[in-house]
Design a protein around this ligand. Structure first.
Ligand code: HEM
Length: 596
């Protein structure tokens, strides 16, 4: 037994035992799911350009609902069927509820200081609570009021542009959602550089969706072969400017988090200041021991800026695109709006529950164009799904785009057919609240969207108002069937080309605002006087629409009013009521109240 004393014996035995143990361990594990052929070391990295929601849907057709991809040293999986989504988001959601990390996400979230990309844990739980209480809760009326005001502002902007010419509807919609988010979450009025801000958010989305080679082969990350690091620095510097301003404004005007009008930034600032080493709670049950840093606050503000702006805007823009592309559905929606609301006023919140076809249209758009097409999750531990092994810290992409078009769950899966959701339709009763795993626009489980109710309200009101106040067609004689419906890939999937459309007034009161605005500049006092008088006379009619009518035609019939202009501004009601406004004396004579 001399060989036992040989110095190489022990290492050889150890290595052999290690290999046998590893082989035994791997044998005891379930296999990896099927996937495209992997090259040594780099695995499927050459396919990175194809790993979009559409590319992954194509892979799923070939390999099945759970596909394995090896990206350098990273394991990635895509989920593309409702049943596997249920396994991941419901049955084992404790394992699948972390968020993946990447160079881009790290950098843009101030090192995971935010909520949307934080792992599940006390910080994430606490931040979600702050956001729900100070922003998303139905009890926070400010958030809901900001939607109504923002939509009104958008309608006025459309009306203000010359009727019969094309407007960049996509851009107007993005301005709308920026205004809503800023007012609801930060009590700020949009900002001067709105156009720049929207471009920055779009770049943010593209960067978050891009595959960075440095994530998969860390050794070459510093080379920045795709130029991503440079783009990241530019985006964060620009975003910092907007976010710092919001925080500074709140700090100059401090509020206790218990104040009724405190917003989510006030709530977070309170947590930043009042570190309580005993881990006490404030009036809202929030733990003071959390002690947020400025980076935390900045990162959560960014979550909300992004979560509330891009998602809702792309959903409204896609809905309008589908309605313009499918004129029969537009007609049906406008008929529902006209019969439920009438043509003398705009849509109000209380009307929304009485518009079942609107609900169908919006759901069908969310099905075909989910604003966040890939849900990005990470596993907290090794697990087995559908008989396949998924290791700890794997990236899991739940392909909502593919699931929402799953052919075994949806008839005519790729066709826009809103009536499928009607009471007698083949998908009646399917909702998006996370219980129907074939329809997941807001996700499901603990990481599902906390802004669902607010976002859905903004989406419905925005679409209803645009379809109710105007008729729409495509510019330059383009046919509906010719409308380009391609999308862009990023964290969100908005239209690749902004939607431009030609509007004409639909309500009895007509719609054009430009002349009135000129009038307002010439004589602001007159403008306000007439506006307030008219709104008192016709409580049910929006005074702005009356003015739009006035400016649209010099002689115009607007429901209860016939407006004539003869030297002085003179508003006459068909029933004999008359309102004369004399310039420049600014006297307002109401000869008879036309509503009586
Ligand atoms: C049509 C509108 C919207 C859609 C379709 C939508 C969709 C989604 C989806 C799919 C997720 C990820 C779910 C997952 O990973 O499993 C999400 C998360 C999130 N959304 Fe929304 N969203 C919308 C509106 C909003 C609004 C208005 C806000 C804020 C003002 C918002 C804030 C967030 C936040 C903060 C998260 C991260 C939650 C977490 O990780 O815990 N969303 N949303």
């Amino acid at each position: 037994m001399k060989w036992l004393e040989d110095p190489v014996f022990l290492p050889i035995i150890c290595i052999t035992l290690l290999i046998i143990f590893k082989l035994w361990q791997d044998r005891s594990k379930a296999p990896f799911p099927p996937g495209p052929l992997r090259l040594p070391i780099i695995g499927n990295m050459l396919m990175m350009g194809e790993l979009t929601h559409r590319g992954l849907a194509t892979l799923a057709e070939r390999y099945g609902g759970l596909v394995y991809l090896q990206l350098g040293c990273l394991h990635a999986f895509s989920v593309s069927t409702p049943e596997i989504a249920r396994q991941v988001l419901q049955v084992q959601d404790n394992v699948f509820s972390n968020r993946p990390t990447s160079i881009t996400i790290n950098y843009l979230t101030y090192n995971h200081a935010d909520m949307a990309f934080a792992h599940c844990g006390p910080f994430w739980r606490q931040m979600r609570k702050v956001c729900v209480m100070k922003l998303f809760s139905r009890r926070r009326t400010e958030s809901w009021a900001s939607v109504q005001d923002g939509v009104d502002l958008m309608i006025r902007s459309v009306a203000n542009s010359t009727s019969g010419t094309a407007v960049n509807l996509g851009k107007l919609i993005f301005n709308l959602t920026t205004n809503i988010t800023f007012r609801a979450a930060f009590k700020a009025k949009g900002h001067e550089d709105q156009d720049e801000f929207i471009l920055i958010l779009q770049e943010f989305s593209k960067l978050c969706g891009a595959f960075d080679i440095g994530d998969f082969i860390p050794l070459i990350g510093w080379m920045d072969l795709q130029g991503i690091n440079k783009r990241l620095k530019l985006v964060r510097t620009s975003l910092d400017r907007f976010i710092d301003k919001i925080i500074d404004e709140h700090m100059e005007n401090p509020k206790s988090s218990n104040d009724v009008d405190a917003d989510m930034v006030d709530g977070m600032l309170a947590l930043a200041e009042t570190k309580d080493v005993n881990g006490g709670e404030d009036g809202d049950g929030l733990q003071k021991s959390l002690a947020l840093t400025r980076d935390n606050i900045k990162a959560v503000i960014l979550d909300i800026m992004f979560g509330g702006t891009e998602t809702v805007a792309s959903a409204i823009e896609w809905t309008m695109s589908e309605l313009i592309k499918n004129p029969d559905d537009m007609k049906q929606l406008q008929a529902e709006l006209a019969s439920t609301i009438g043509l003398d006023r705009k849509v109000q919140e209380r009307d929304l529950d009485k518009l079942p076809f609107l609900e169908c249209v919006v759901k069908e758009t969310l099905r075909l164009h989910p604003p966040i097409p890939l849900l990005l999750h990470e596993t907290a531990e090794d697990c087995v799904v559908a008989g396949y092994f998924i290791p700890k810290r794997s990236h899991v992409m739940i392909n909502v785009f593919a699931i929402n078009r799953d052919k075994s769950s949806w008839k005519d899966a790729d066709t826009f057919r809103p009536l499928r959701f009607s009471a007698t339709g083949d998908s009646a009763g399917k909702d998006f609240k996370g219980n129907n795993f074939e329809f997941l626009p807001f996700g499901s489980g603990r990481r599902s969207c906390p802004g669902m109710q607010l976002g859905f309200y903004a989406l419905k009101l925005g679409v209803a108002q645009l379809a109710h106040c105007f008729n729409w067609k495509l510019p330059d004689g383009m046919k509906p069937s010719e409308l380009d419906m391609s999308d862009m890939f990023g964290l969100t999937a908005p239209r690749a080309v902004r939607l431009s459309a030609v509007h004409t007034p639909r309500l009895n009161c007509g719609v054009s605002f430009s002349l009135l605005l000129r009038q307002r500049e010439k004589s602001p006092v007159l403008f306000d006087l007439v506006a307030s008088t008219l709104s008192r006379w016709f409580e049910q009619v929006d005074p702005f629409l009356l003015f739009q009518a006035y400016s649209y035609e010099r002689h115009f019939s607007i429901g209860p009013l016939a407006i004539t202009e003869s030297g002085n501004s003179k508003f006459t009601n068909k029933n004999g009521g008359e309102l004369s406004v004399k310039q420049p004396g600014l006297s307002c004579i109401r000869t008879r109240n036309p509503t009586k």
